[in-house]
Write a protein that binds this ligand. Structure first.
Ligand code: ADP
Ligand code: MG
Length: 679
């Protein structure tokens, strides 16, 4: 009955229920060579005596087993009578169990034991699988060892041909992979660790291949079937801007990305593109110029930013750049005044307002575009999927979508988490930037830090002090910030120094006034929380001091640091912390001091935190691998990805006979994953 139940309900589940690890029972240890480093040991020897010790709950059976090198104690607290019957003094036994030490003597508690005669003298020579026990299996009365037994049963009846291959034979051959059946067998019951390794590699590949296949098919279906707006031409607006008003030469990376966008939007299918570029790599101008292509084709476009400060800054910058072209730029945020709001909404609805910058306010129902052709989302990781999706619904034919992020996601992660998107990267900073010097200082070095800051201010530079985020409810942190502010003020007294402050509890106007004073150099110092994290651009700021730096995550530290080093002056980032800093935090600070490269930092971040934790991808299901791990197996992932691309370019619908099993497999696998689709 159990068997029937298994076959019906959990045959595959069981097969895919992989052991956590294997206990090495291939070797027999000499007792004299046992050391505390060992975990489980198997020994073979003669029982020289046994005795019952202790009373009641401390009552135990101690069996002394001797080989030619020493003696080990085998101990039972339960089933004493039963074990006593099993063992005869003077006979030879094999014992296997978890190693412990008591008063320097090795012992095995509740070992498995069997007579050497019965086990054919050779001993139990295999790697014993140790299974994780899920709640579901526990509910069916299955513990780890019972699963092992069932698995043995399963392999007794399972035939090789029942475990069908679905990955194209040519690929399996190319990789020289063992059959799927063998791979399963060796994952559960390997003869040697080397066998296990070979099987593991093969099944990891299979997992990654399937995941990439699903994403690849989504991508290719979208490419072939999604209808979108065609930006048929690059016209006068774009060209005039490019040739006459662009304040600098574009970097090659910027040019390349613009070209990719131009190609995408010209095909008649909807663009759905992720643009990654490190902080300061110049994504904004790429967004603006893409919006000009929309203008040239008679369409409206909008850009949504996560904070009011950032939206305002984009709007001002756009207005300045576009003034010579006579293009008006609308700004719509939560604090746009009613009258102005009405004018902008009308302009949007009638299509006279071609370029709109805004915050979340853009996705409100009241905002109705006449013909939205392109929606740009800046700092996309700050928005939820639902929020982004609302923007695409603002036109009956979905607008082209460009999402930009400066939180570099390692390539491998992007490939899995956002693998159904097209992907561009600006991997080059504008010329003339001097790298930022980053140092870690303990709190007691504050006097020197302050002296240094004074000397920078004397040179005309501006300074940021950042405190950990305050949510409205977090009273303590608010008090920390205020204390910090007072402290900074005591080092930098008025009227020689002026200080701005921006934090999450202020309303939009207060924030704006303070920000503006800093931007216009009325104040030399900006004390802020992480509201300042994204996007803000004050090129004259040259020092970023991060208070309690140990409390920040790596990508956040990198984002914050990106607020300086925007001009041509040498910039500094000073990470302050107490002396008691945990190991992880110390690692983060070390990484920050060692590199400015956002992609390297992202890789490190992934290594330190593991893939389960990366912003915005947790619920995506994209990282739910049983065996593979995108950090350790990135090389294999890249291989699988390339092979999938190759395969789909030849046979996008998997209609060739050799791809039939694959097609069937992809269809039958229940439900598919809720991949992090952006559109
Ligand atoms: P991010 O990618 O972080 O959003 P921004 O778009 O804010 O970066 O650009 C950072 C700064 O670099 C801005 O002051 C911008 O004007 C400037 N910039 C962008 N592209 C170039 C370029 N090709 N040459 C020189 N400066 C540039
Ligand atoms: Mg930006």
């Amino acid at each position: 009955m159990l068997k029937r139940e298994l076959q019906i309900f959990t045959f595959e589940d069981l097969l895919n229920h992989f052991p956590l690890r294997h206990l090495d029972r291939t070797s027999i240890q000499l007792i004299g060579q046992i050391n505390p480093e060992m975990d489980h040991v198997q020994v073979r020897g003669v029982v020289i005596s046994m005795e019952t010790l202790g009373e009641r709950r401390a009552k135990r059976l101690v069996v002394y087993l001797r080989d030619k090198t020493g003696i080990i104690e085998l101990i039972w607290f339960q089933g004493i009578t039963w074990v006593e019957k099993l063992i005869t003094v003077g006979n030879e036994y094999l014992a296997f169990g978890k190693l412990g030490f008591f008063l320097g003597k090795p012992q095995l508690n509740h070992p498995e034991i069997e007579s050497v005669k019965e086990s054919n003298a050779a001993g139990k020579s295999y790697l014993e699988p140790i299974y994780p026990v899920t709640e579901k299996l526990k509910a069916r009365g299955l513990n780890g060892r019972a699963i092992g037994k069932l698995m043995e049963q399963l392999f007794l009846v399972l035939e090789e041909k029942e475990v069908a291959e679905f990955i194209p034979i040519s690929l399996l051959q190319k990789h020289n992979y063992i059959s799927r059946y063998k791979a399963y067998l060796h994952l559960h019951f390997p003869k040697t660790l080397a066998h296990h390794q070979v099987a593991l590699e093969r099944m990891k590949y299979e997992e990654l291949f399937v995941a990439q296949m699903r994403l690849g098919m989504l991508r290719s279906t979208r490419h072939r079937f999604s209808r979108g707006i065609t930006f048929a031409q690059v016209g006068e607006t774009f060209n005039t801007f490019y040739h006459e008003h662009l304040p600098f030469e574009l970097t090659n990376a910027q040019k390349r990305v613009l070209k990719e966008i131009r190609q995408d939007t010209g095909t008649g299918r909807q663009m759905n593109r992720l643009l990654q570029g490190d902080v300061g790599s110049g994504k904004t101008i790429v967004a603006l110029m893409s919006m000009l292509i929309a203008v040239d084709n008679g369409f409206q476009s909008c850009i949504m930013a996560p904070t009011e400060i950032l939206a305002r800054q984009h709007a001002e910058q756009f207005a300045l750049l576009l003034a010579p072209l006579g293009i008006e730029v609308g700004l719509l945020t939560g604090s746009t005044k009613t009258a102005e709001r009405r004018t902008i909404l009308t302009g949007i609805e009638q299509g006279t307002m071609k370029i709109v910058v805004g915050t979340h306010a853009l996705i409100e129902d009241a905002v109705r575009f006449k013909n939205l052709g392109l929606a740009v989302i800046d700092e996309q990781h700050k928005f939820g999927v639902a929020q982004r999706a609302k923007l695409w619904e603002k036109n009956n034919v979905p607008p082209h979508v460009l999402v930009m992020t400066a939180t570099p996601i390692p390539r491998t992660l992007a490939m899995t988490a956002y693998g159904d998107l097209d992907y561009s990267v600006i991997d080059e900073l504008p010329p003339g930037r001097t790298p930022i010097t980053t140092v870690h200082r303990l709190d007691d070095a504050r006097p020197q830090v302050m002296d240094f800051i004074k000397s920078e201010i004397k040179l005309g530079r501006q300074i940021y002090f950042i405190f950990p985020l305050i949510e409205e409810s977090e009273k303590l942190q608010y008090e920390d910030l205020m204390r910090g502010y007072e402290n900074i003020k005591s080092w930098f007294p008025e009227p020689q120094y002026w200080i701005s402050m921006v934090h999450g509890r202020m309303n939009g106007d207060q924030k704006e006034v303070n920000m503006k004073r800093f931007v216009e150099r009325d104040t030399q110092i900006m004390v802020a929380t992480t509201v300042i994290e994204v996007g803000v651009n004050v090129p004259n700021a040259s020092v970023m001091v991060i208070e309690s730096a140990e409390k920040f995550g790596l990508s956040q530290l990198h984002q914050l640091r990106g607020r300086v080093g925007r001009g041509s002056e040498k910039s500094y980032c000073i990470l302050l912390s107490g002396s008691q800093v945990g190991k992880d935090a110390k690692d983060r600070l070390k990484v920050m001091c060692s590199t400015n490269d956002g992609f390297k930092i992202a890789e490190k971040d992934l290594e330190l935190r593991g893939p389960g934790d990366i912003q915005g991808t947790r619920q995506s299901g994209a990282l739910d691998f049983k065996l593979a791990n995108i950090v350790d197996d990135r090389a294999l992932l890249e291989i699988a990805r390339n092979e999938v691309e190759q395969l789909l370019s030849v046979d996008p619908e998997l209609s060739l006979p050799e791809h039939h099993p694959l097609s069937v497999h992809l269809k039958q696998k229940r439900g598919g994953h809720a991949w992090a689709k952006i559109s």
